[in-house]
Design a protein around this ligand. Structure first.
Ligand code: C2E
Ligand code: CA
Ligand code: CA
Ligand code: CA
Length: 279
C-alpha cells in the first residue's frame, strides 16, 4: 500500500474486517466445543527448586481441537470466549476436569501436589462463583489444599472489593491463589498486599532475558525479593535452559515451570512423566 493516509486507512479497514470474520467463525464453532468433546487439558509440571527438587504440581492448560478449524491457540480462542461469555461454561468445564484428574492422581498416590487452574475475570464476577468452586471440589473429592487458582492483573478491571472478598473466602478454605504473568500488567504493589495471594508467577518475558540481559536479570531478582517480603512463594514461568534454572535457584526463586522441565503434557502422559522424573 502507498504511504498515503488514504491507502493506510483502506488496508487497516480490510485487516479489521478479516479479524472480525475470523472471530465470528471461531465463536460459532466454539459454541459446540464442549458438547462435541473437542476440548482437552494439558498439564505442565511445576518443580520446587532446592535440594529435594520435588514436583510441586501441575498447571492445567486448555486445548481445543476443532474438526472444522484444527488446533486453535488458546491465546486466540480464550479472548473470543471471554468476549462472548462462552468462557463461563468453558471455565467451569476446565475446573471440573482438572479437579477430577487431580483427585484421581492423589487417590492413586501418584502425587500430593497442587493443580493450578487459570481463571478469567468474568468467571470470578459470577454471582455463584465461590459456591461453584467448592461444589466442584466436593464432587470430585479433591481437597482444597490441592487446588490453586491463577488470576492475572486484569482482575483490577473488575470490582476490586468484590473480587477480594471472594478470593479471601476461597483462600480460607485452603485453596491457593497465584498471580499470573506478574510484571506485565498495571497492578500497584499496594493492591497486591490487599489480596490473599500465595504465589507470584514471574512472566516469561523476564525469564527470557536471563542470562544475557543484566538489567532483566536484576529486575527478576528484585521481584523475587518483593515476593518473599510479602510472604509469597515465587514461580518462574517459561524456563527453557539449564542456565536459567541455575540463575533462578541462586537468586532464591522457589519454583520453576517451562520447557526445560517439561512441555505441557496430555492427560495420558502425566503418570509416565511423573514416574520417570522420580526415578
Ligand atoms: P499462561 O497462563 O501464562 O500459561 C503459560 C503459557 O506458556 C502456556 O501457553 C504454556 O504452554 C507456555 N509455556 C510454558 N512453558 C514455556 C516455555 O518454556 N517456553 C515457551 N515458549 N512457552 C511456554 P498456552 O498453553 O498456549 O496458553 C496460553 C494462555 O492461554 C495461558 O497463558 C493462559 O493465559 C490462557 N489459558 C490457557 N488455558 C486456560 C484456561 O483454562 N482458562 C483461561 N482463562 N485461560 C487459559
Ligand atoms: Ca497461567
Ligand atoms: Ca503465565
Ligand atoms: Ca502468559
Amino acid at each position: 500500500a502507498k504511504e498515503t493516509g488514504k491507502g493506510k486507512y483502506v488496508v487497516y479497514e480490510e485487516d479489521m474486517q478479516r479479524e472480525f470474520d475470523e472471530r465470528v467463525v471461531i465463536e460459532k464453532h466454539l459454541r459446540n466445543a464442549i458438547e462435541g468433546q473437542e476440548l482437552s487439558l494439558h498439564y505442565q509440571p511445576i518443580q520446587q527448586l532446592g535440594a529435594e527438587g520435588e514436583v510441586w504440581g501441575f498447571e492445567a492448560l486448555l486445548r481445543w481441537n476443532s474438526p472444522a478449524l484444527g488446533f486453535v491457540s488458546p491465546l486466540t480462542f480464550i479472548r473470543i470466549a471471554e468476549d462472548s461469555r462462552l468462557i463461563i461454561p468453558i471455565g467451569q468445564w476446565v475446573l471440573r476436569r482438572a479437579c477430577d484428574f487431580m483427585a484421581g492422581m492423589v487417590k492413586k498416590g501418584l502425587t500430593d501436589g497442587r493443580i493450578s487452574v487459570n481463571l478469567s475475570v468474568s468467571q470470578l464476577l459470577q454471582e455463584d462463583f465461590t459456591e461453584n468452586v467448592l461444589q466442584t471440589l466436593e464432587q470430585s473429592g479433591l481437597s482444597p489444599r490441592h487446588l490453586e487458582l491463577e488470576i492475572t492483573e486484569s482482575i483490577f478491571m473488575g470490582s476490586f472489593d468484590l473480587i477480594r472478598s471472594k478470593l479471601e473466602y476461597l483462600r480460607r478454605t485452603g485453596i491457593g491463589i497465584a498471580l499470573d504473568d506478574f510484571g506485565t500488567g498495571y497492578s500497584s504493589l499496594s493492591y497486591l498486599v490487599q489480596l490473599p495471594i500465595t504465589t507470584l508467577k514471574i512472566d516469561k518475558s523476564f525469564i527470557d532475558g536471563i542470562p544475557a540481559e543484566e538489567r532483566t536479570a536484576s529486575l527478576t531478582s528484585s521481584i523475587i525479593a518483593i515476593g518473599h517480603d510479602m510472604g509469597l512463594s515465587v514461580t518462574a514461568e517459561g524456563v527453557e535452559s539449564e542456565v536459567q534454572r541455575r540463575v533462578l535457584e541462586e537468586t532464591g526463586c522457589d519454583k520453576i515451570q517451562g520447557y526445560y522441565l517439561s512441555r505441557p503434557l496430555p492427560e495420558s502422559q502425566v503418570q509416565a512423566w511423573l514416574e520417570s522424573f522420580q526415578n
